[in-house]
Design a protein around this ligand. Structure first.
Ligand SMILES: O=P(O)(O)OC[C@H]1O[C@@H](O)[C@H](O)[C@@H](O)[C@@H]1O
Length: 319
């Protein structure tokens, strides 16, 4: 394993569920049980993906059935916070953009080489289990992926869509053995031009550089896309908040976290993106800043224990 992927606790090696091939090809329908129909929530499509659509006085959002993936969050009067690649592939391949949920492992950390990248749930059909509307119109949804055969962990996700966007992953160990897992909310933020973007909140932290065989380096000042023009870093012992300053779209995006000890900052860069079919020329319009627990910050859960990872996203106009 490259050093970036060496955990300090042994990670649980998960098994591909026997019916996984069927799960990733399951029909996608943004259905809603009668009990959870509320004002501001509807079923439909977003850019061709079956999705739940949320409309509140403060913002709109779209969540894909495939992957339970937030695809769009638009604060009132603003632009989309998230990038969705115009070249994205479709089921059964993962969606390139929005906020993929990487769970119960990030990349292939601790897993056999033939396991899918970034976990088991970004290519399965999710369900909305609960929905409620707060007095000011904010919509709160609870979603989950299908139960996966043989997996000792259960996941539920809460999305609160209002003036800010909050997203929480709750992982529960329902097995009889301890389990160590990794996870990420893999945000693809839409930016004017990634070459002009700065990210604060990382100064002084150690990062494991996947582009340098996972070696540890120290961050000095803000993150920027410096030569050679790509970034694939895991910041460890990181708690945020992080602020993405984007002069191109004249806004800043603040990410506040809870229960998160790592941040991943990834942009493929121009040259590599040419070879990635679903990114291509769009490479400079996104920056992935991910709220995570990965590498040495893996989470160990005893039977019956649960863990919460949360991010809150707030957008401000640049003055
Ligand atoms: O192509 P995928 O599986 O969606 O992964 C995209 C990227 O995701 C990032 O989080 C990883 O740090 C990168 O190494 C990886 O290339």
């Amino acid at each position: 394993l490259p050093a970036a992927e060496t955990p300090t606790i042994p990670l649980t090696a998960f098994r591909l569920p026997d019916d996984y091939a069927r799960l990733i090809d399951a029909p996608l329908q943004a259905s809603l049980d009668p009990g959870i129909r509320i004002a501001g929530l509807s079923s439909g499509e977003f850019r061709g993906f079956p999705a739940w659509l949320v409309q509140t006085p403060h913002a709109t959002a779209a969540i894909s059935v495939f992957g339970g993936q937030l695809l769009s969050y638009v604060p009132k009067g603003g632009q989309d916070v998230l990038w969705l690649s115009p070249l994205t592939e479709r089921q059964p391949n993962p969606i390139r953009g929005g906020t993929p949920v990487c769970w119960p492992y990030f990349a292939k950390m601790g897993q056999a080489g033939d396991m899918p990248s970034h976990g088991l749930v970004r290519t399965t059909a999710w369900r909305v289990r609960e929905a409620r509307r707060e007095r000011d119109g904010t919509v709160v949804l609870q979603l989950s992926p299908p139960a996966l055969d043989g997996l000792p962990l259960r996941l539920t996700m809460t999305l609160r869509i209002g003036r800010t966007l909050s997203q929480t992953l709750v992982t529960e160990n329902v097995g009889d053995e301890p389990a160590a897992f990794t996870e990420a909310l893999h945000n693809y933020f839409r930016v004017g031009d990634v070459r002009k973007v700065a990210v604060s909140g990382l100064d002084g932290l150690t990062y494991l550089d996947k582009k340098d065989a996972g070696r540890a380096h120290r961050q000095h000042g803000d993150w920027r896309l410096l030569p050679p023009g790509y970034s694939d870093r895991i910041y460890t012992r990181a708690t945020g908040p992080y602020v993405l300053h984007d002069p191109g779209l004249r806004r800043s995006i603040r990410i506040t976290t809870r229960g998160s000890r790592s941040a991943v900052v990834w942009n493929a860069g121009e040259q590599a993106a040419r070879g990635i079919d679903d990114i291509g020329a769009g490479w400079n319009h996104y920056l992935a800043v991910e709220t995570a627990n990965v590498a040495p910050d893996a989470v160990l859960l005893q039977p019956g224990e649960r863990h919460e990872l949360q991010q809150v996203i707030e957008v401000d106009a640049l003055k």
